[in-house]
Write a protein that binds this ligand. Structure first.
Ligand SMILES: Cc1ncc(COP(=O)(O)O)c(C=O)c1O
Length: 475
């Protein structure tokens, strides 16, 4: 490609990006992909001859951008899906041009990754010994940490290979709460535990792990000859934003020689907020923590992180040698700490740019802003006669239901119908979640562009949609 053509296309693309991000709030939150269009996109259609690059931007403009999930829009409240930070967008482009492989050899972006991992650990309240790696997201970070926990435990028991490994491995048991994210179950399956050896510990009314039930489960398993090796707690449950305070769970883990991993994909940085500090008591004593900067910090997807307070344990699980890869002992390659060998430098640079732009105080201001918005939404719900607030928080997830006798459908079916119709209308977007066996409405706040007006739009949409479906009336 001629350098001039490249430059011109790059400038056009940059202008398109700037316009797109400015205009996003005026566009429908989402637009479903028409079936015919979806079939065309999914068919695969590589032409024999290469085409003009100019077609790329037109293709994105006409065929991709009009059909977003919605997570760039300030009135999008489903799942935990934030918009990209502007510094992150720029950094992604720059890192792509540099195209570092970030797993082997030397590269300044690998050093930068070491630095941002330390920054994340400091924000999370972990000790200065902490190391780790950036990952594609929270699921991968949970997997790395569980594999590390398993390796550490087997090492402690002199069972890293041979028949001792087979015998010990067949008895390993892990624990998570009945509110854990499904990526924890996926990770334990990937490291070779069958479902029955992952215990779902019951939670209290406020959705936190019941530590006495955990203790009882561990005691039962030990008594029957099993090997409890790891507890996964939640620093922010996906469904309702509940926090398992680390200290009592770590105490139990220390007593029984188990690893304590906390899944903080949603709320791993919340300890930085004074109003939440007591909920995070003991966070510094965790063995490992997942954080997910592509959630609350709006780093462009995918950027998660596996943080391990003794990073040598992570290395013990993932450093494998080969004659064609001659690693550095003083500055171990980052591939020694993860499954990936060739790794993108985009994660480090987008995270660095976002953190630099915010600064430490900007991170706390952002997280406090989400807390304030959630408070506003909760108050609006509590004040409204047709709405009922359900257990959620302290993180900024708001679960609620319509007060309805829903003559022609169950409350669950009615809430599902409201969410589906509301999503189609395109003014706001929220998802549903199961709560005490009932499907209810769930709004998650993690968009720095969201204002109280967007929350008011959301409630207006919920009520209007309910009316349209003609199923609500005050009790
Ligand atoms: C608590 C929790 N853990 C893990 C994950 C998975 O993270 P990711 O989607 O980045 O893989 C999520 C995603 O929402 C989550 O809420």
């Amino acid at each position: 490609m001629h350098p001039k053509v490249f430059r011109d296309e790059l400038v056009r693309a940059a202008e398109w990006v700037a316009d797109y991000l400015v205009r996003l709030p005026e566009l429908p939150v989402t637009r479903p992909v028409p079936d015919a269009h979806r079939r065309v996109l999914a068919a695969g259609s590589l032409p024999d001859d290469g085409q003009d690059l100019g077609g790329l931007l037109d293709f994105v403009h006409e065929s991709v951008a009009p059909y977003p999930t919605g997570n760039g829009h300030p009135a999008f409240f489903a799942w935990i899906n934030s918009p990209p930070s502007p510094p992150g967008v720029i950094a992604e482009l720059l890192a792509c041009a540099i195209n570092a492989t970030c797993g082997m050899g030397e590269h300044a972006l690998m050093d930068l990754e070491r630095g941002v991992v330390r920054d994340l650990a400091a924000l999370a309240g972990l000790p200065t010994t902490t190391g780790g790696v950036l990952t594609s997201g929270g699921s991968m970070a949970n997997l790395l940490c569980l594999a590390t926990a398993r390796q550490w435990f087997l090492q402690q028991h002199g069972a890293t290979d041979g028949p001792a490994y087979d015998q010990a491995h067949a008895r390993l048991v892990a624990y998570h709460s009945d509110q854990a994210h499904m990526s924890v179950a996926k990770a334990t399956a990937v490291i070779g535990l069958p479902p029955w050896r992952l215990r779902a510990v019951p939670t209290t009314r406020d959705r936190r792990m019941d530590v006495s039930a955990l203790r009882a489960a561990v005691d039962r398993d030990r008594a029957s000859g099993l090997l409890p090796f790891c507890v996964v707690s939640n620093l922010g449950t996906t469904a309702s934003g509940a926090i398992d305070t680390p200290a009592p769970i770590t105490d139990l883990c220390r007593r029984y020689g188990m690893w304590h991993h906390a899944d903080g994909a949603w709320g791993g940085l919340g300890a930085a907020l004074p109003e939440l500090a007591s909920a995070y008591a003991g966070v510094a004593d965790l063995d490992s923590l997942t954080v997910d900067p592509h959630k609350t910090l709006s780093v462009p997807v995918g950027c998660g992180a596996a943080l391990v307070t003794d990073p040598e344990q992570l290395r013990a699980a993932f450093a494998f040698r080969a004659s064609y890869l001659d690693g550095d002992q003083e500055w171990p390659w980052l591939s020694d700490y993860t499954i990936e060998l060739t790794r993108p430098g985009t994660r480090a640079l987008t995270l660095w740019a976002t953190l630099r732009h915010l600064g430490r105080s900007g991170v706390t201001t952002l997280l406090s802003h989400y807390q304030d918005l959630a408070r506003h939404l909760r108050e609006r719900i509590q004040d409204h006669p047709r709405l009922e607030l359900c257990t959620s928080g302290p993180l900024p997830v708001v679960c609620f239901r319509l007060r309805t006798t829903a003559q022609d459908s169950t409350p669950s079916a009615f809430h599902a119908a409201v969410a589906a119709r509301l999503q189609q209308r395109g003014h706001a977007y929220l998802a549903t979640v199961e709560h005490h066996g009932e499907t209810i409405l769930r709004a998650c706040i993690c968009n720095y562009r969201t204002t109280t007006a967007d929350l008011d739009t959301l409630l207006h949409e919920v009520l209007t949609t309910a009316q349209l479906l003609n199923g609500t009336h005050a009790r």
